[in-house]
Ligand binder design. Structure first.
Ligand SMILES: *Cc1c(COP(=O)(O)O)cnc(C)c1O
Length: 385
């Protein structure tokens, strides 16, 4: 049974600790807890609890099941998409050499540069550096060309990284097709961060089918345990990545960089069931729910003087539907930041998102329980009298 912020007992388990539960009007973000695995996933995790199992074996079998479901040669469950990036970077540097696997993050004697478009620097590229790789930018801030990639590839290039954002395509970035073509002509592997590319479903595995060696998928976006992620790739890439992992550290007694990035067996089973559910669920219903809940908030806020509500009707990627709120400070006396702060101060706190440099709030319903859309709409409306 799940309850929402309007029910008695909601969040008590946190309150007992003196911590304050919140209503999540942002979406699947790590700082708020990422996702709430549905009953199906939680039940599978509970069943996994009954027996112990050698984790290298479970990783193999779970990976094979995920690969078959997603139409890629191989897959591996990691401690978040972030760890998938770290293990992939370790794999392209150390390969299958146990000495090198144990030497990381000291990359002496290895190819240790990962190329990334200047235009594509992003929040999570840090995960690529953790195993000792150095990020080397190519291309101009305004545009990236094929020739620039070609010229950037050198004797120390371990891989080319690509950040996939199909919900807001960048026409001035070098395309993945071109990236793959150039990298392959030099025999250099291509890594793709496709963490948020979980819809349309074909995106899950598509970049590998296009010729990339690796793509990661964040489990937080599909109702798996938030601390897991998926590495999808070629057989060679994934088997090499597995050698860097915590399971191989213990199972093979080779002390790879992945040791602190542990995944438990319950999570592994949960991650398999979650992706199976995601690939077979009715996404029209999912999207209709998101649209309905977003619509309810929009309706509640329409007509408030000084507040502009715009529906967001994107369905690609992990943020389906939603709304944007802008405030005329002369009329309302409040900026977007003021509204965010006021909503956090209420009981229960409502968390909304305003990115640095933007003067509007975006709201997504992914993290809301049924009924919380009314609470969120009412709470925002109440700020304006
Ligand atoms: C969330 C996210 C990650 C990190 O995934 P975790 O599973 O939280 O480690 C990486 N890249 C992108 C694009 C993401 O959205």
């Amino acid at each position: 049974m799940t309850i929402s912020a309007t029910d008695v007992g909601w969040g008590d388990i946190y309150k007992e600790l003196g911590a304050r539960p919140i209503v999540n009007a942002i979406g699947s973000v790590t700082m708020l807890g990422g996702s709430s695995p549905p009953a199906e996933v939680r039940e599978a995790m509970e069943r996994a609890n009954d027996a112990y199992i050698p984790l290298m074996e479970l990783q193999d079998k779970a990976g094979a099941a995920i690969a078959a479901m997603t139409g890629v040669p191989a897959a591996y469950i990691t401690a978040g998409a972030g760890s998938a990036l770290t293990l992939a970077s370790a794999a392209v540097m150390a390969g299958t050499d146990d000495q090198r696997i144990q030497q990381l993050p000291d990359t002496t004697g290895m190819k240790n540069e990962i190329l990334i478009q200047t235009r594509q620097r992003y929040w999570y590229d840090r995960c690529l550096e953790l195993a000792g790789a150095r990020l080397v930018e190519f291309g101009d801030p305004e545009r990236t060309t094929t020739d620039q990639l070609d010229a950037a590839i050198g004797p120390k290039t371990a891989a080319v990284h690509y950040f996939a954002v199909e919900q807001s395509p960048d026409p001035d970035a070098l395309s993945l097709e071109a990236t793959i073509e150039v990298a392959k002509s030099h025999g250099v592997p291509v890594l793709v961060d496709a963490a948020g590319q979980i819809y349309p479903l074909d995106n899950i595995g598509k970049y590998v089918r296009m010729g990339a060696d690796f793509q990661c998928v964040a489990a937080k976006y599909i109702g798996a345990p938030h601390s897991t992620g998926y590495a999808l790739g070629t057989k060679k890439m994934i088997s090499t990545l597995a050698l860097q992992s915590f399971a191989a550290y213990e199972g093979r007694q080779v002390r790879g960089i992945g040791r602190p990035q542990k995944v438990d067996r319950q999570e592994m089973v949960g991650a398999v069931v979650a992706i199976k559910r995601w690939l077979t669920m009715n996404h029209e219903d999912r999207l209709a729910d998101a649209e309905r809940m977003s619509g309810a908030i929009i309706e509640r806020l329409q007509g408030i003087l000084g507040v502009t509500v715009t529906p967001l009707d994107n369905v690609v990627g992990h943020l389906a539907f939603g709304l944007r709120l802008e405030f005329d400070q002369d009329i309302t006396g409040m900026t977007a930041s003021d509204v965010v702060a006021q909503l956090k101060k209420g009981d229960p706190p409502v968390f909304t998102r305003k990115l640095a440099g933007e003067d509007y709030i975006s709201i997504h319903v992914f993290g809301m329980r049924d009924g919380e859309e009314k609470l969120v709409g009412d709470r925002i409306a109440a700020l304006f009298g």
